[in-house]
Design a protein around this ligand. Structure first.
Ligand code: ADP
Ligand code: MG
Length: 321
């Protein structure tokens, strides 16, 4: 028998892999399974349960040379809390599982938990469980449970043709900071090392918006997720994409295009959402920026730059080449 060895990148990346591995589940209790920022489970008549999990590994998602232990803890928790924000929900409880190398100092772990707890103090989602084991590299897996009122649930698949596409703040700062860190420059890297999530405004946006997602893999990738799940197309206007000041200054310093980081970088943890034009006035006070529009599916997913339309490409995938 001929053995065919396939690489994950041959499959088309992370999302095709998950499709291949995991069986679809049918349950009256499951409102949203795989495919959104969090799973949505029917809980009570006036609350859905949200469940999300993310894993971060030393040497891949962070390293101990650039990050303080506090920053590793903070960012790990914020990355998870951001997915609850993206569903329009409120975080309730977190579970933290860590694999610790044998030679790791207790003081390092003190700092790690100070960072995680500072994030839950700020945004909610107190740590109530987890698991501790040893491993070759420090790895941190966090699961967060949250709640959302059914009428405030914001799924990736709820965009409608004619909706405006908005972002909650400037983008590209995280990846710009990473590029600086690669060059041993520390100035202008806070957005990368210690990002915030938008739980400060997400529940205020939720009653008005249709689809929502957080920017963990780059704006282009997030808009494509909304379109694929909603069965729509979209246009994003290049000149309207807001750049984070760290992205602008890193771009100048390194002579690189900061829009590439905004569209394809990720870990900015702002929110991208769609809203009917008539409801925009309800959210304008939160500093949101309109960057495009949801189109019918047959118009594709476009980036409009200088009057010319191209395919909206870019976005981070752990397994693409
Ligand atoms: P996010 O970037 O918002 O955290 P991900 O890209 O990590 O979302 O995940 C997308 C979807 O795929 C989510 O619904 C997540 O639960 C699911 N998923 C990711 N990895 C796996 C896996 N190994 N097994 C099952 N589901 C997974
Ligand atoms: Mg997400």
């Amino acid at each position: 028998m001929k053995v065919i060895i396939m690489k994950i990148s041959d499959l088309g990346g992370e999302f095709s892999l998950i499709d291949r591995l995991v069986k679809k589940v049918e349950s009256d209790l499951l409102i949203e399974g795989i495919g959104d920022d969090a799973a949505v489970i029917r809980w009570t008549d006036d609350q859905h349960l949200l469940v999300t999990t993310d894993m971060l590994l030393d040497g891949d998602h962070f390293n101990t040379e650039w990050y303080t232990p506090y920053q590793i803890g903070w960012k790990s928790m914020v990355a998870n809390l951001s997915d609850i924000a993206a569903m329009g929900g409120e975080p309730m409880f977190s579970f933290v599982s860590i694999a610790i190398p044998d030679d790791m100092e207790v003081e390092f772990l003190d700092g790690l938990y100070e960072g995680m707890q500072a994030a839950t103090d700020r945004y909610g989602g107190a740590i109530v469980g987890g698991d501790t084991t040893h491993g070759k590299v420090l790895s941190i897996n966090i699961a967060v449970l949250g709640i959302v009122a059914p009428e405030h649930l914001c799924r990736r698949g709820d965009a409608e043709v004619g909706d405006l596409i908005c972002v909650t703040g400037p983008l590209g700062g995280s990846w710009g900071g990473l590029e600086l860190l690669f060059k041993d420059i520390r100035e202008g890297t806070t957005k990368h090392l210690e990002p915030d999530c938008r739980l400060d405004i997400s529940s205020k946006l939720a009653p008005h918006v249709n689809a929502m997602i957080d920017v963990s893999d780059g704006l282009a990738s997030e808009v494509r997720h909304i379109c694929h799940m909603s069965g729509t197309g979209a246009v994003v206007h290049h000149e309207k994409v807001p750049l984070h000041p760290d992205a602008i200054s890193a771009g100048k310093r390194l002579n690189k295009d900061p829009y590439r980081w905004a569209l394809g970088g990720g870990e900015d943890f702002e929110l991208v959402f769609t809203i009917p034009p008539g409801l925009l006035s309800k959210v304008e006070g939160f500093g949101v920026i309109v960057i495009g529009e949801i189109l019918p599916k047959n118009e594709g997913i476009q980036l409009m730059k200088d009057g010319e339309s191209t395919v909206l490409s870019g976005g981070y995938d752990h397994f693409s080449e």
